[in-house]
Design a protein around this ligand. Structure first.
Ligand code: NAD
Length: 481
């Protein structure tokens, strides 16, 4: 049994009220640890530690801050095998994916913001003719809250923490209760890297108890949240009357637009990945696939043949392409869309069944599933499923597919496959999404703004956008004679 504790003021502590929740290994469907279900008293302790650390941390030189964050990045890289194994066991994702993507990216997040803070500058405005000079001071906010989901655990947790710390804030952070282990290990790493006590505090527990206590805390002045749209709306309703600064990265139902003139082979291989990577549990997965009707039948047959070659298996098995879904509850939710596929307007073309993996019969495994739909307004095309399910639908014209791509409440990302430059320009401009990939998917440059429009969120992470979020701009106007 792995017992996880809170990381407060540089120390590991049990929850004050001694309340615990079970942690599951989704690949085996069994409990393998316990985590605190922290209450407001634990969040208060974390807040006090952060508050105490703030005056000193916010005055640490940029070189020193940058050095410590780089050191954290370096230790994450050194401990990659152990962290990847922990992530894979906790989440159900293939170990190969955790090794290649999740953990390297967690390290890159720290390294990126260690560098970015040394380049972050503010503006000066000379009021010419008035003998006045304005400059903008960008000051850290104080104690900020970071709350992250289970799909890319350490990757998304550090994507918030790194810029918050780089900008000089102290942090009270909560990872998802479903995948707490790598966040737990991060405490040790921060101590080893020399991060001063109290600068980062990690509290574990349910969203409705621990998360809620962070959002409700009157002196935690900014909340950076990634998770579901419904949770985001709730957090906004709690935080708004306290005038907290909010960054909300929420759900998606991303369109993948495939035109006949694209590079077919490249598109096909990437579309398999953009559909089923991480068991389809990436907010950026292209879950609505629209294919130009002239190549629709060909695509359908090639896609299904490629998907049928994916191996569903234990996350630690090197042959595995699709691991376990994160939890029993999530498996049931995803399966409900399959069970009701006909009623929800679809026809299953491939998959749809649970998979029994040898020696892991209780694990939460599901076949990658392809469903054909006829109407973009159907439930399968309108609701975020967040699992290994994609829908296919043909289209005849650019106008028609653009309308369908935008006719959804979400607006996180979109992917377009075409070699027509004019069409690329027209569509990328008109598509309602925060991120548009053309002839690629999930290619990330950490300097770019990251986030969604419509019900996919408010605000942007990444690069200087994140550093702007985690600082308050102050205008200073100096009049001289
Ligand atoms: P979730 O909303 O259930 O939980 C996210 C986090 O919020 C967890 O740590 C949870 O404990 C906490 N939480 C829950 N209720 C809370 C409350 N009342 N107050 C404060 N915190 C609370 O989401 P999830 O199921 O963990 O993650 C899946 C969702 O995340 C999907 O909708 C997915 O699209 C979204 N997501 C978005 C992005 C993005 O960048 N836009 C990235 C990854 C995942």
């Amino acid at each position: 049994m792995v017992t996880i504790q809170n990381y407060i003021n540089g120390e590991y502590l049990p929850p004050v009220a001694d309340r615990w929740i079970a942690n599951y290994d989704p690949s085996m469907g069994e409990v393998y640890g316990q985590i605190p279900n922290s209450g407001s008293e634990d969040v208060e302790k974390a807040y006090q530690a952060a508050k105490e650390a703030f005056p000193s941390w916010s005055n640490t030189t940029l070189e020193e801050r940058s050095k410590i964050l780089s050191k954290i990045a370096q230790i994450i890289t050194e401990r990659l095998p152990e962290l990847a194994e922990a992530e894979s066991k906790d989440n159900g994702k293939p170990l190969s994916l955790a090794k290649a993507i999740d953990i390297p990216r967690a390290s890159s997040n720290f390294q990126f913001f260690a560098n970015a803070i040394t380049q972050f500058a503010s503006e000066a405005h000379e009021s010419v003719g008035l003998n006045a000079m304005n400059f903008t001071l960008r000051q850290p906010i104080g104690v900020v809250g970071c709350i992250s989901p289970w799909n890319l655990p350490l990757y998304l947790f550090t994507w918030k923490i790194a810029p918050a710390l780089a900008a000089g804030n102290c942090v009270v952070a909560k990872p998802s209760e479903v995948t707490p282990v790598t966040a737990y290990l991060l405490g040790e790493i921060c101590n080893e890297a020399g991060l001063p006590k109290g600068v980062l505090n990690i509290v574990h527990g349910l969203g409705t108890t621990t998360g809620q206590a962070i959002v409700e805390h009157p002196d935690i002045k900014a909340i950076s949240f990634t998770g579901g749209t419904k949770t985001g709306a709730h957090i906004a309703s709690v935080a708004a009357p306290m005038f907290k600064k909010l960054s909300l990265e929420l759900g998606g139902k991303n369109p993948n637009l495939i035109f006949a003139d694209c590079n077919y082979e490249k598109m096909l291989a990437t579309t398999v990945r953009s559909s089923f990577a991480n068991q389809g549990q990436i907010c950026l997965c292209g879950s609505r696939i629209f294919v130009e009707s002239t190549i629709y039948e060909q695509f359908k047959s090639d896609f299904i043949s490629a998907v049928s070659q994916l191996t569903v298996g234990h996350p630690f098995d090197s042959e595995t392409n699709v691991g376990a879904l994160v939890s029993k509850a999530h498996l049931e939710k995803v399966k409900s869309y399959i069970d009701n596929a006909t009623e929800y307007g679809g026809r299953i073309l491939y998959g749809g069944k649970e998979v029994l993996v040898e020696n892991a019969e209780n694990g939460y495994y599901l076949q990658p599933t392809v469903i054909e739909v006829e109407d973009n307004q159907c439930k399968l095309n309108q609701e975020e499923i967040f699992g290994p399910i994609v829908t296919l639908m043909p289209f005849d014209s650019e106008e028609e597919v653009l309308e369908m791509a935008n006719d959804v409440s979400y607006g996180l990302s979109a992917t377009i496959w075409t070699n027509n430059l004019n069409r690329t320009m027209r569509l990328t401009k008109q598509i309602q999404a925060g991120i548009v990939w053309v002839n690629t998917w999930l290619m990330r440059d950490l300097r770019t703004p990251f986030g969604g429009v419509k019900n996919s969120g408010v605000g942007r992470e990444g690069g200087f956008e994140a550093l702007r979020f985690f600082t308050e701009p102050k205008n200073i106007c100096i009049k001289y004679d």
